[in-house]
Ligand binder design. Structure first.
Ligand code: PSU
Ligand code: MN
Length: 311
């Protein structure tokens, strides 16, 4: 690990990320909530390692982001990555509490929102995840809308995901993104994907079919002075998808369980993902890993294209 780069903010770059930044090489940020709250050990560690390898194979450098004992890490070495994957009880950090974990020297994983903040602070413009948080079903009662959506509206990072998780209300999620001026670009498909399934039944607002075209769109936004993030939705590969109709049955049951167990707030998404994992006997996890790997590849290609367009 390198020395902290700021005497004030406790931020630390991995050797690999610091070197990439110094030579202007493309970097792809990765979140860590998916590791600590999204998947069980050891599948979470396998996933974290394989997405990093995929990004390197594409000629970019991975920067997994997490708070370890009060230090904001931009890039984790393998020992730290493994320790995080085994950690029980890490905080799930978003915009509201990222700084709290630093101030109180806590260990926490970053959600999409917190990873975007950290990536922007570190000068990283592309980020790969599984699925963003969004408007939950029944949000008109619960008011549960992920802070990920607000972050996409305000922070200038391209987030590559496999759509919004199908546990959410996808039409309402797209409505909020439209209201907040977040471009939603589906990669090489007309249909906005639903995480485990390639198609949500809803047309994507925008469509592009090459990393260069996505980089070019981003350049145009910058030239126009339009700030905020961009959402790139990348459908899960066909061979790994679980059909939407099948997934809906499990999701309905998982939502019933969440209601009867009185789950609310930050616990909702991890609870539902864990329920689905058990109901599908691990298939939802295999799909989740496949889609994150697919997103890591596309994010690296976009980062490479962006770096080429700036050269
Ligand atoms: N993608 C996954 N698994 C996850 C997540 C994304 O494949 O667990 C996490 C992300 O960190 C995202 C969070 O920000 O779920 C959304 O949580 P909430 O709905 O509480 O905002
Ligand atoms: Mn929420």
């Amino acid at each position: 690990m390198t020395k902290p780069s700021s005497p004030l903010l406790p931020i630390e770059y991995s050797v690999e990320v610091a070197a990439a930044k110094a030579r202007g090489a493309p970097v792809v940020a990765l979140e860590s909530t998916i590791i600590t709250h999204g998947m069980p050990y050891p599948g979470n560690l396998d996933m974290a390692r394989s997405v990093e390898a995929i990004i390197r194979d594409q000629g970019a450098v991975p920067a997994t982001i997490a708070v370890i004992h009060g230090v904001l890490h931009i890039g984790l070495d393998d020992t730290t990555l493994e320790a995080l994957a085994r950690t029980q009880g890490a905080m799930k950090l978003s915009r509201a509490d990222l700084a709290f974990a630093l101030a109180e020297r806590r260990t926490g994983a970053t959600t999409v929102a917190a990873t975007m903040i950290a990536a922007a602070r570190a000068g990283i413009s592309v980020f790969a995840t599984g699925g963003i948080g969004g408007v939950h079903r029944g949000a008109e009662q619960s008011f549960d809308i992920s802070a990920d959506l607000d972050e996409l509206a305000r922070t200038g990072v391209i987030v590559v995901c496999a759509g919004a998780k199908a546990i959410l209300d996808i039409p309402k999620t797209l409505e909020v993104l439209e209201t907040r001026g977040v471009p939603v670009v589906t990669y090489d498909s007309e249909d906005f994907p639903a995480f485990w399934s390639r198609d949500s039944g809803i047309k994507s607002p925008l469509m592009l079919n090459s990393p260069a075209a996505i980089a070019n769109f981003q350049r145009m936004r910058e030239l126009l002075g339009v700030d905020g993030g961009m959402l790139v939705a990348n459908p899960v590969p066909e061979e790994s998808e679980i059909p939407r109709e099948e997934m809906e049955i499990y999701i309905a049951r998982a939502l019933d369980n969440a209601a009867s167990d009185g789950i609310s707030g930050k616990a909702v998404t991890p609870y539902l993902l864990d329920n689905l994992y058990h109901m599908t006997e691990g298939r939802s996890l295999d799909t989740n890993i496949a889609l994150v790997e697919n997103n890591a590849r596309l994010a690296a290609e976009i980062a490479v294209a962006l770096a080429a367009s700036k050269a």
